[in-house]
Design a protein around this ligand. Structure first.
Ligand code: FAD
Ligand code: DHB
Length: 391
């Protein structure tokens, strides 16, 4: 099999890239190791930055998002039993975010790709990228028990943190920066209307809690738990009681309970692989970088990477100049490191570490009080949360 751009992975990065290239008249083939239903139902992120919304709309993939997505103009920070709102449009000149689940973004992009786009092969597992440093990179893959080869002009590794593409960058030219955290998130989906109309990020001495949502009838909530916790260790009642304690306020606010339909644990990690390009292999999304989820940057970063790649390749086609492709890694990494910084700041602001001292707790409270009382500090948070510009 032969194509212009071989895309490994049909997560948000790979699917959006396929859509952008299709719109530009550039051939691409997407290889995805899992089946369609698995990809469409994997519970993950839920918050789209303004720029992500704009990109999906411009790619002709925004119809249902515009109908069903919930525009959010702020978040609430909760600490010491008090509530403090950060108003996004007021602090950023009109920017906001949209609650629309990653599962729904993927469903919309898959439907469009199967209807209008090039090949999207499910249950096709990439085994290795070969010849990345030469003119004709290849992806070796397995499908229906047989091995095959996809010959490409370019390969884009959108295969997530556990994919195979990153391994094709020689260790001698790669630099990895990594940090793990001694806690994780226990996330639930519950059939109950959200208890607040905006997201609530809560710091409590017992740990962080986050109230989010998927729709006006489905709540998404997270609890900080020790790293290594298994979801089965928590009963539904224990989860609701712990959420109650961490989210409690002095003004009579109440958390609504409902049936829990899904429970899982997400580990927390910061990870950056540099450079994001080797020869004709480009890495995008979680294949190149991971952020801890506090601040909801993972999916949005993946979108930024593939928009940068698509622009660069279109530029090369139109002008013959490889300048933007050559700048791909540096362009993406500027934005990636800003998101790493923000996600790290939000994580360490809101999660008490297991070995935290009274001094650490005092600093967290002081940082929160500073945000609650300073327009400048709110502007800093709001600009980062609603998203840094592309490029
Ligand atoms: P992925 O979505 O990981 O997609 C990679 C795709 O490649 C997958 O479909 C995978 O099956 C496929 N693949 C892997 N290996 C191969 C192979 N060898 N051959 C072919 N296909 C392959 N972000 C937030 O902002 N908020 C959250 O609450 C949040 N929760 C998360 C929970 C979990 C468990 C994880 C793992 C991530 C979470 N994230 C969250 C991060 C966010 O979901 C990711 O940043 C986003 O999915 C990145 O998109 P991607 O397309 O780069 O990678
Ligand atoms: C969600 C996830 C996040 O990481 C976050 O910061 C906010 C919301 C969510 O899944 O809804």
């Amino acid at each position: 099999m032969r194509t212009t751009v071989g895309i490994i992975g049909a997560g948000p990065a790979g699917l959006l890239l396929a859509r952008l290239l299709h719109r530009a008249g550039i051939d691409a083939v997407v290889l995805e190791s899992r089946d369609r239903s698995y990809v469409e139902h994997r519970q993950r992120a839920g918050i789209l930055e303004q720029g992500t919304v704009d990109v999906l709309r411009a790619a002709g993939a925004g119809e249902r998002m515009d109908r069903e997505g919930l525009r959010h103009d702020g978040i609430e920070l909760r600490f010491d039993r008090t509530r403090h709102r950060v108003d996004f449009p007021a602090r950023t000149g009109g920017r906001s975010v949209t609650v629309y689940a990653q599962t729904e973004v993927c469903k919309d992009l898959i439907a469009l790709q199967l209807k209008e786009g090039g090949p999207l092969l499910f249950e096709a597992e990439a085994l290795a990228v070969e010849g990345a440093g030469g003119e004709r990179p290849r992806v070796r893959f397995r499908r229906e028990g047989r091995e095959d080869v996809l010959e490409c002009d370019y390969v884009v590794g959108c295969d997530g943190f556990r994919g195979v593409a990153r391994a094709a960058v020689p260790a001698a030219v790669a630099r990895v920066s990594e940090r793990t955290y001694p806690y994780a998130w226990l996330g639930i989906l519950a059939d109950v209307p959200p208890s607040h109309d905006e997201l609530v990020y809560a710091r409590h001495d017992r740990g962080f809690a986050l109230l989010s949502m998927r729709s006006s009838s489905v709540s998404r909530l997270y609890l900080q738990v020790p790293a290594g916790t298994r979801a089965e260790e928590w009963t539904d009642d224990e989860i609701w009681s712990e959420l109650d304690r961490r989210l409690e306020t002095d003004d009579g606010w109440r958390l609504r309970r409902g049936p829990i339909t899904q429970k899982s644990v997400t580990p927390m990690r910061s990870f950056v692989h540099e450079p994001m390009r080797h020869g004709r292999l480009f890495l995008a999304g979680d294949a190149a970088h991971i952020v801890p989820p506090t601040g909801a940057k993972g999916l949005n970063l993946a979108v930024g990477d593939v928009v940068t790649f698509a622009r660069a390749l279109i530029h090369e086609r139109e002008t013959g100049s490889p300048d933007l492709l050559d700048a791909y890694s540096a362009t993406c990494l500027r934005r990636v490191w800003q998101a790493e910084r923000f996600s790290y700041d939000m994580t360490t602001l809101l999660h008490p570490a297991p070995d935290a001292t009274p001094f650490d707790a005092g600093i967290q409270r002081a940082r929160l009080a500073r945000i609650a009382s300073s327009r400048a500090a709110q502007t800093d948070l709001a600009e980062a949360y609603t998203g840094f510009p592309l490029g």
